[in-house]
Design a protein around this ligand. Structure first.
Ligand code: 5GP
Ligand code: ZN
Length: 143
């Protein structure tokens, strides 16, 4: 299993530093974020070191897809949240600080004051069509 000697989440997976573990299987570990945006804020990580979602093998991606709904149900029950955000900061430009892929599960309640700037734009002319076509083309070469 790939591992980065300097990576804090690899050290948590290896139980070299402590974490409040909420779930573990052969390929994943979920634990509480040490600096939560809300009580019960969970991080889900592959046990192997991958920095980005784009590098993730399909078997691990599948396992994440299987586990996220279960973790979401547990989060709703345990934290009494009204909803939750699933968030990946992928890349430093997107706010990723720990370069070991992780999914944030953040419990939400109405009026909790959490959130971030969502400066929505719009498309001019055929730009949306062009972009969609470019995606379709790219997806034919990236399976
Ligand atoms: P990022 O900005 O990379 O998406 O988020 C990294 C998250 O990891 C932050 O929310 C931060 O609080 C959390 N974190 C950083 N170091 C540790 C640690 O040693 N233990 C735990 N449990 N969480 C950590
Ligand atoms: Zn790592």
């Amino acid at each position: 299993m790939s591992r980065d000697a300097d990576c804090i989440f690899c050290k948590i997976v290896a139980v070299e530093i402590p974490a409040a573990v909420v779930y573990e299987d052969e390929s994943l570990l979920a634990f509480l974020d040490v600096s939560p945006l809300a009580a019960g804020h969970v991080l889900v990580v592959p046990q192997a070191h991958y920095s980005s979602l784009v590098d993730l093998p399909v078997e691990i991606a599948t396992q994440i897809a299987l586990v996220l709904p279960r973790l979401g149900r547990a989060l709703m029950e345990v934290t009494q949240a009204e909803g939750f955000n699933v968030l990946v900061n992928d890349g430093a430009a997107a706010g990723q600080v720990v370069p070991h892929l992780h999914f944030h599960l953040i419990p939400r309640k109405t009026g909790d004051g959490l959130g971030y700037r969502w400066n929505a734009g719009s498309y001019e002319g055929d730009r949306a069509k062009e972009l969609a076509a470019a995606y379709q083309q790219a997806l034919t070469s990236h399976r």
